[in-house]
Design a protein around this ligand. Structure first.
Ligand SMILES: C[S@@+](CC[C@H](N)C(=O)[O-])C[C@H]1O[C@@H](n2cnc3c(N)ncnc32)[C@H](O)[C@@H]1O
Length: 312
């Protein structure tokens, strides 16, 4: 990533420092989840120069496009995070600090078999309520009435949120790309607003203090880096988290690289672990090109890899 984009996009590593050093010093905090082309976020940030506006997106293409827009506009109160909005609402923000959360035209995933992919569920409602300060609000806009109905039901399950009736009208103050698209096709727009009215907190699972994941494992007898290939498709974990080792690669520099996929409550991360032979040991470390949130699944995958290497 270029150094300029780096000023706007927070990687898991820079998010850690920002969260500790900058976040508590900022004024009002707003978040937009699934910001797409970034227009709404940029407009919000321009209208509220006193506030920090955090955009969360799963799409890297959208992330880069929006970051360029922010830089071109000379806007200094926007930060972007790559990842799932529900997870990052809970993990990135300090408890009960966010003034407002916006979700504009989320993917509805209408098919039943895709319903687990829908952003708004009971876990989202809890993560939202945990991030919002008392008096903070949530706004959802969608062209799908059934989706907003379902979202309303999920929000109502969290007793700290006061959920209003669904509003049905055409257009909002700042039309997003999808809003303009649906309106031009003659579709209706549904809006839902909720306010946090009482204390509610969630527990973060990311270890924000832990920096290193390095493990130094005693080198097994007859060790060859090629043995790392035996890890491929090994998997483990429990109800809350899972890890899988994928492809292994071997460099000319005697080191090995293993691809790892982890999931914590469905939050996926993909990264590479470098395995480096030392005199009598094997060093297992996060590859320099990878950054991850230090979740239980990530930590356990390192421990499991060390254990497996011991068996080789
Ligand atoms: C239909 S588009 C709407 C974009 C924009 N808000 C608009 O109104 O024009 C939905 C966006 O949500 C993003 N998205 C989907 N699931 C997400 C998640 N779990 N967390 C964050 N962003 C997500 C998609 O990548 C996509 O950019």
């Amino acid at each position: 990533m270029s150094w300029t984009l780096d000023k706007v996009i927070l990687s898991p590593d820079s998010a850690r420092l920002f969260r500790r050093e900058e976040l508590p010093r900022r004024g009002a905090l707003f978040a937009e989840i699934g910001f797409g082309n970034g227009d709404f976020l940029v407009n919000l940030a321009s209208a509220r120069r006193d506030a920090l506006c955090v955009g969360i997106e799963v799409s890297l293409t959208s992330l880069l496009k929006a970051a360029r827009k922010v830089l071109r506009g000379g806007i200094d109160n926007v930060k972007l995070l790559n990842g799932d909005g529900s997870f990052l609402l809970r993990e990135f923000f300090l408890p009960e600090t966010v003034e407002g959360v916006f979700v504009n035209f989320p993917c509805p995933w209408p098919k039943k078999r895709h319903s687990k992919r829908r952003l708004i569920n009971s876990l989202f409602a809890d993560n939202l309520a945990g991030a919002l300060k008392i008096g903070g609000f949530f706004e959802l806009a969608s062209d799908e009435k059934w989706f907003v109905d379902e979202a309303r039901g999920c929000l109502l399950e969290n007793g700290a949120l006061e959920v209003e009736e669904i509003q049905h009208h055409l257009g909002g103050p700042i039309g997003t790309k999808y809003e303009q698209k649906w309106i031009s096709l003659g579709k209706s727009i549904y809006r839902l607003r909720a306010t946090k009215v009482s204390f509610f907190r969630t527990t973060s699972i990311v270890d924000w203090e832990e920096v290193t994941l390095d493990i130094n494992k005693e080198m097994p007898k007859g060790w060859r880096m090629g043995k790392l290939g035996f890890m491929t498709n090994k998997t483990g974990g429990d109800d809350r988290f899972k890890w899988t080792f994928k492809d292994a690669f071997f460099g000319d520099d005697e080191t090995g690289l293993l691809q790892v996929i982890t999931a914590d409550d469905g939050f996926q991360q993909k990264f590479y672990v470098r395995v480096i032979p030392r005199e009598n040991s094997v060093l297992i470390k996060l590859d320099d090109a990878s950054t991850v949130y230090r979740t239980p699944a990530v930590k356990e995958s390192f421990k499991a890899l060390a254990e497996e290497i011991g068996k080789l």
